[in-house]
Design a protein around this ligand. Structure first.
Ligand code: SF4
Ligand code: SF4
Ligand code: FES
Length: 255
């Protein structure tokens, strides 16, 4: 018996004010053996849409096999980092009003997986090497002695010392925009250093020297060439390169 025909979903009416956009998406399916190639889709876009809405349109109406990660859709979970027109962005934070040409000319937007991590399928990469580097810097509070009977007090001044680096959502936009990381994935990468910074400069933590030792390694902070790609890519506005410089300075003063 032949399989029942699957009807393509009916396309919704194009909303008033929408313009048609060509989405050129890098595809890769390890099961087909076809290798990486481009597929283009025509998608209606409103200025208020985020790029994620367009990807969901493709998946919902044009090609259900398109594979990408997303969860919160509000720039919080960090799961939809991708390379959009050659720049790392979160698809859910990129508003179409910033991508559509003012003169109404046709526009093509390219979407690729972030660079430097193995592609698993379409826009999904293997994040394990990224998280291995994160785990290696011990991104948790380390203390000795007995547990205090009340919370660990910290002054506002001390808390402000590492406020910026607490904002990291581990999206990998920074690490996968770093030319050093592209050329040699053994570099810890900016995201791991940001998360080490968050604890190195926490007055309640007692393992700063342990983390500094780890980052003094040949694959640590000294590999950074201060090109600022990471700072430009961070969707949370973290001063990534500044944090790396602060860790370098802490190492120099500890010598
Ligand atoms: S500043 Fe350093 S970590 Fe950031 S992208 Fe440049 S080389 Fe990489
Ligand atoms: S520092 Fe910014 S770009 Fe890097 S992982 Fe954290 S949130 Fe993402
Ligand atoms: S889907 Fe969560 S940050 Fe974009």
């Amino acid at each position: 018996m032949s399989a029942p025909a699957v009807d393509a979903p009916k396309l919704p009416a194009v909303p008033e004010g929408a313009v048609m956009v060509t989405l050129k998406i890098a595809r890769m399916n390890p099961e087909s053996g076809e290798g990486q190639h481009w597929d283009s889709f025509q998608v209606p876009a409103l200025p208020t849409d985020r790029l994620l809405n367009l990807l969901l349109y493709v998946k919902g109406y044009l090609d259900g096999t398109l594979t990408f990660r997303r969860s919160c859709a509000h720039g919080v979970c960090g799961s939809d980092a991708m390379r959009i027109n050659g720049v790392n962005r979160l698809a859910c934070k990129l508003l179409m009003k910033d991508m559509l040409p003012k003169d109404g000319k046709p526009v093509t937007i390219t979407v690729e997986p972030i660079k430097g991590l193995p592609v698993e399928k379409d826009l999904v990469v293997d994040m394990e090497p990224f998280f291995d580097a994160f785990r290696a810097v011990k991104p948790f509070l380390i203390t000795s002695g007995n547990e205090p009977t009340r919370e660990r007090i910290q002054s506002q001044h001390d808390r402000a010392r590492f406020d910026d680096t607490t904002k990291c959502i581990l999206c990998a936009c920074c690490t996968t925009s770093c030319p050093v990381y592209w050329s040699d994935g053994s570099y810890f990468g900016p995201a791991a250093i940001v998360n080490a910074h968050r604890f190195i400069f926490d007055s309640r933590d007692e393992a700063a020297s342990e983390r500094l030792d780890i980052l003094n390694d040949k694959d640590g902070v000294w590999r950074c060439r201060t090109t600022f790609n990471c700072t430009d890519a961070c969707p949370r506005g973290i001063q990534v390169t500044k944090a790396i410089q602060e860790v370098k300075r802490a190492l120099l003063f500890a010598r």
